[in-house]
Design a protein around this ligand. Structure first.
Ligand code: NAI
Length: 296
């Protein structure tokens, strides 16, 4: 099955960490990208972030100035979803909640063409459940990027029970055309990466709760001893504790409360405190003027 043509328009909903990154990738690949967020300032912030990230690529000779400028010009902020009627692929990266994503997709079914693909960047939610109440569940598929989306190659292409094989194949081919390394996955809890990664975060949080080691020690151990590019606490701070905790809860519930996936209170406390990681300036580490950031 062929990839989308570069002349096909892409709609990205949610202009946070992931949505901005996905818009960046699609725009560099040549698509016009509509960028929407329920908060207008998030769209502006997201687009400005894409501009900064493109500048970094130019300064490192990874992209020409003209290519970067043209890519940014293709990212079009929109204030209403109805402004994206001609998009053939919608990728949502809004909050990790099934009800919110279902409502959004139902709205998109009323706006986009019947053949438009509704892709979700969900980290853990069931694609089958997300698609079930929709008129065209065959068009729903997971297109799961990793953080930061412009840099990380992997994309999980996740099929639910109703996903049309041609839809999954088109998304797989499109991800490849965007320079990614896509893999097919099934709609199981956490798919592949987040299923395997949950016990990694969980065990690190348990070791911390037992006061056996600090986050800095645990991160150094996993980096220097095990060859991980980032330790678990640096990574959770990058992902965002709101997102990471929501994914833990979702995988735990979907695995019938299997104790291997028990979410950890310490992370819930960070969420309650609003210490969501890099995006709020504080998580396990402090970020900002005068602080030393753990290497990304
Ligand atoms: P974020 O908090 O940075 O951004 C979410 C954005 O969605 C916010 O700007 C918010 O205003 C907007 N939003 C929320 N509800 C909306 C709605 N109904 N309509 C329009 N906009 C809405 O979150 P992040 O980290 O970008 O995560 C988004 C999704 O991507 C989640 O499903 C998450 O599980 C998934 N994901 C996150 C990764 C990460 O490392 N943070 C990695 C891979 C997937």
């Amino acid at each position: 099955m062929a990839a989308l043509k570069t002349s096909d328009k892409v709609l990205v909903i949610g202009a946070g960490a992931m949505g901005s990154g996905i818009a960046h990738v699609a725009a560099v690949a040549g698509h016009t990208v509509y960028l929407y967020d329920m908060q207008a300032e998030a769209v502006e912030r997201g687009r400005a972030g894409i501009g900064k990230d493109l500048d970094v690529l130019v300064s490192r000779d990874k992209l020409g100035r003209e290519v970067a400028d043209a890519a940014l010009a293709r990212v079009l902020p929109i204030g209403n979803l109805s402004d994206a009627q001609d998009a053939l692929l919608a990728v949502e990266a809004v909050v990790e909640r099934l009800d919110v994503k279902q409502t959004l997709f139902a709205e998109l079914e009323g706006i986009l063409a019947p053949e438009a693909i509704l892709a979700t960047n969900t980290s853990s939610l069931s694609i089958t459940a997300l698609a079930a109440p929709l008129a065209r569940p065959g068009n729903v598929v997971g297109m799961h990027f990793f953080n930061p989306a412009p840099r990380m190659k992997l994309v999980e292409v996740v099929s639910g029970l109703a996903t049309a094989p041609a839809v999954a194949q088109t998304v797989h081919a499109t991800a490849q055309a965007w320079g990614k390394v896509p893999v097919f996955a099934k709609s199981t809890p956490g798919f592949i990466v987040n299923r395997v990664a949950r016990p990694y975060y969980g065990e690190a949080l348990r070791v911390l709760a037992e006061q056996a080691a600090t986050p800095a020690t645990l991160d150094a151990v996993m980096r220097e001893g095990c060859g991980f590019p980032m330790g678990p606490f640096e990574l959770m701070d990058l992902i965002g504790h709101d997102v990471n905790h929501a994914v833990s809860q979702s995988v735990y519930a979907a695995c019938f409360n299997d104790s291997r996936y028990t979410p950890q209170l310490i992370q819930q406390e960070l969420v309650h405190a609003g210490r969501l990681g890099r995006k709020t300036g504080q998580g396990f580490y402090a970020y900002g003027e005068g602080t030393t950031l753990p290497a990304p």
